[in-house]
Design a protein around this ligand. Structure first.
Ligand code: FE
Length: 187
């Protein structure tokens, strides 16, 4: 069933209930652990509802198929950050969507601009970096820095990278559902 503004939060909760135990592409945590840890890191820094929501949902594009066959038919299944944008844009504000769109680019950006950053990446994340284009070239760095919401996207990226601790204890999704509801309502 295609979600609406009224059903999108329970819709996401249902995806995590059924699919949250999926592996997170070679990482030591499940998808659900990763998403909740990422949200928790943002929450601990009092980053605000929008960034907590962006953190929680940055990888939702991996579940594109759950949002209806239409997306697959339109060929929006090749890059998970773009898939995430497609499913979130009808419901979430531009800043949240931008952070999701830019979270892979932010990794390429940080690899090009912060010499210490690449040493913090997990082996799986380093492996996908190559497929994603490697560190940005100087012209790509300049273009990235002109995009809206870059500072927020970089914060989202750093929490994303840190949210891979198999021993971390997080609140359940239900703790973050009210955050998502507030964002969707525009509170
Ligand atoms: Fe992630």
């Amino acid at each position: 069933m295609i979600p609406t503004r009224e059903t999108i939060v329970p819709f996401i909760a249902d995806i995590l209930t059924r699919r949250g135990a999926d592996s997170y592409f070679g990482e030591a945590v499940t998808m659900q652990q990763h998403m909740l840890q990422a949200a928790q890191l943002a929450e601990r820094e009092r980053a605000g509802d929008a960034l907590i929501a962006a953190e929680l949902l940055h990888d939702i594009g991996h579940y594109l198929g759950e949002f209806g066959e239409d997306y697959i038919a339109r060929g929006i299944d090749n890059r998970h950050e773009d898939a995430g944008v497609e499913v979130l844009a009808p419901f979430f504000p531009e800043m949240v969507v931008a952070c999701v769109r830019l979270h892979v680019a932010a990794k390429r950006y940080l690899c090009a601009t912060d010499p210490a950053y690449a040493t913090t990446l997990s082996p799986a994340s380093l492996a996908t970096l190559r497929l994603q284009g490697g560190p940005m070239a100087p012209d790509e760095v300049a273009a990235f820095e002109r995009a809206p919401h870059v500072a927020e996207a970089v914060r989202v990226r750093r929490w994303d990278d840190a949210a891979k601790d198999p021993s971390a204890v997080t609140p359940p999704f239900a703790h973050y559902a009210p955050v998502l509801e507030r964002i969707v309502r525009g509170d």
